[in-house]
Design a protein around this ligand. Sequence first.
Ligand SMILES: Cc1cc2nc3c(=O)[nH]c(=O)nc-3n(C[C@H](O)[C@H](O)[C@H](O)COP(=O)(O)O)c2cc1C
Length: 392
Amino acid sequence: MSNLDEFRQAGNPMFNDNKFKLGIFGSNCSNACAMTLAETSFEPTFEKNKEIAEILEAAGWECMVPIARWRGFGGPSNFNGNCMETYTWAASLAAVTKKIFLFATSHVPTIHPIVAAKMGTTIDQISKGRFGINMVCGWFTPEMEMFGRKMMEHDTRYEYATEWVEIVEKLWKEQWFDYEGQFLSVKQGFADPKPFQKPRPVLISAGSSGKGREFAAKYCDINFSVIEEEGLDKATAWVKEMKKLAWDKYQREIGTFTYSYAVARDTEKEAKEYYDYYVNQKGDWEAADNICKVFGVESGSYSPDYMDKFRRNFIAGWGGYPLVGTPEQIVDRMLEMSKTGVDGSLITMVDYNQELPYWNEKVMPLLVQAGLRKAPAAAPATAQAAREPAMA
Ligand SMILES: Cc1cc2nc3c(=O)[nH]c(=O)nc-3n(C[C@H](O)[C@H](O)[C@H](O)COP(=O)(O)O)c2cc1C
């Protein structure tokens, strides 16, 4: 039995038999993934997130992944500047949902693994096994240096993350252990209770560098990566290489996920007009420039055309794969994405609360027809049934 079979056997929604799984990304942060001043009803509040979770559960979406952020990126929107901390966000939603899988996104240098493991267990117990951690090392230097320590060099960050995750896993599975690392040490490690979920809460990461992929292959259940618009062949290669690396080197199975931004409308014209409105007319170009600078993607080294496209895609949805068009066009594009072998995508939208009902009504049935998803289970017939936890 492979490592992922254990999750499958336990009925974990992240490893269910939907061919193309779906989640949303960043609903704990202002503007989520769209760098824009466009009008929106969305706010990163508990009430809005609870409503979003209910809309997602009604149509069988698999998960919600928050963004770990400690300060905004400037510009008139101060993009992502107003945001909810992700463990407490997941805990609050765990208490008011029944089916959706919830992640905390954790900057590993900002929290001790004993605290992270304990908080993770608590959320896993509250949600009856619907919790996972998205481990991130941090790349936005002013954000990480707010914590009073120098940013580690890129590969060192993953060495730190390695010790962090080894301690978290031990706390979830063992008792009374000592751990002596280069960065972290634990004396007589103890944690009770253990997580609800078997074999343990799901671990994901989005490293795309060599070191990041190694980390994912060895410790994570799912690796996330961006798929560029003209990059489906590259994506096919990434999925294949990731699986091969995990299997050949560590005898582990690993899933793969990506993220996409969506504008679904009845006509292509309407979808393109809305894209034009929120990106070209109302985009926060200053925030996008600030992020480009952190990534070292500045105009000096690239052609104006490349820079223009890069910024536009960033503004539209953190550079995710574009899904702009009619429900039929969107499903066609998702079929193409699925052919790469990727297991699913996080979807980003300008206004989740307003746009998700349309997606559920118009896009979801076509995804079922296309064989990418199964029809969601009917709503429980009784109030008693509605109270039953999904994975108890
Ligand atoms: C889907 C996805 C989600 C991510 N979420 C966050 C996040 O919330 N906070 C953060 O600082 N970095 C986040 N990252 C950045 C990654 O952790 C990572 O730094 C980046 O993909 C570069 O990979 P590398 O570290 O291997 O070079 C995310 C990346 C992806 C693709």
